[in-house]
Design a protein around this ligand. Structure first.
Ligand code: C2E
Ligand code: CA
Ligand code: CA
Ligand code: CA
Length: 274
């Protein structure tokens, strides 16, 4: 039994070192990747539930890493958050998306922001100067954040977002339904939109428990003048239920997966003609 224990410890430390090595490797590659503009931005349409028109685009980072193969954003963003590289990376996505989406007309733009970015001194100022440089209107920009940020910095959260809100930027709570935050609380933090996490849509059927939960969230959001976006809509049946219970906007593979800019523009043209 003693030797077994030793062997397990040996395996455990080996795993740890491998994990750390991999992170170090990714950290170095993010640094050179940013310099070489290796990162791509794809866009996923957000659809008005009533008219079916594309009203917004969510920008999502992609990293093809020509040599070693693509790495998922969930994986490299975690490393970038740990190393602080999320600051330049986050500003890169924001600036590129503002520049690329601005010529597309009345479209809104949604960009993900990591909790650490809000804590970075000067973040608000940098966002506003990107809007100035790119000419993207503040009232059409929406920043998406998860509630982990609010939980970690209840006081700071209000302060950091005040300048952004007063500039007219919308704030969306991403992945709603995965934590414990109440909608009332969100309103007091200045959120204008909530994005219902795809995990809540899995078993969505007319009249069932999942549908009642989502409907409850929509009713409360309506009472507080907030908008509800359902994400991860994959089936027409889900869209039907969501429309019936008054969900404002939808996003998911049913409409389109995230696509490169040129494809997004073609999609927008096609849907305009419909
Ligand atoms: P998220 O912000 O919750 O983004 C939604 C994720 O769901 C995206 O994964 C999207 O491709 C995927 N998705 C969209 N529609 C469907 C659907 O119908 N079914 C399913 N199964 N999935 C769908 P992606 O692009 O891999 O991004 C993963 C996460 O990485 C994002 O989750 C976000 O937290 C983070 N992320 C991506 N880009 C950025 C960024 O520029 N900055 C920051 N801070 N985080 C980012
Ligand atoms: Ca998001
Ligand atoms: Ca989400
Ligand atoms: Ca997510």
């Amino acid at each position: 039994a003693k030797t077994e224990g030793k062997a397990q410890i040996a395996i455990y430390t080996e795993d740890l070192d491998e994990g750390r090595l991999r992170r170090l490797e990714i950290e170095g590659q993010i640094g050179s990747g940013l310099g070489a503009e290796e990162f791509d931005v794809v866009y996923q349409p957000i659809i008005d539930a009533v008219s079916g028109a594309i009203v917004s685009a969510e920008a999502l980072l992609r990293w093809p890493r020509r040599a070693q193969g693509a790495l998922s954003p969930d994986e490299f963003i975690e490393v970038a958050e740990a190393t602080g590289q999320i600051h330049p990376l986050g500003l890169y996505v924001l600036e590129r998306a503002c520049r690329e989406i601005r010529p597309l007309g009345e479209l809104c733009l949604s960009v993900n922001v990591s909790p650490a970015q809000f804590r970075h001194p000067g973040f608000e100022r940098q966002v506003l100067s990107i809007l100035e440089r790119t000419g993207f209107p503040a009232h059409r920009l929406q920043l998406e954040m998860t509630e982990s940020y609010l939980l970690a910095n209840p006081g700071l959260a209000i302060k950091a977002t005040e300048a952004l809100k007063s500039a007219g930027i919308a704030l969306a709570l991403d992945d709603f339904g995965t934590g414990f935050t109440s909608i009332h609380y969100l309103k007091s933090y200045g959120f204008t939109h909530i994005k219902i996490d795809k995990s809540l849509l899995t078993g969505l059927e007319a009249g069932n428990k999942a549908a009642m939960l989502v409907e409850g969230a929509i009713t409360l959001a309506n009472a507080l003048d907030m908008f509800v976006i359902a994400e991860g809509v994959e089936r027409e049946a889900q869209a039907e239920v969501l429309r019936a219970i008054g969900c404002h906007e939808m996003q998911g593979y049913l409409f389109s997966k995230p696509v490169p800019l040129a494809e997004f523009m073609a999609l927008q043209q096609r849907m305009k003609r419909q």
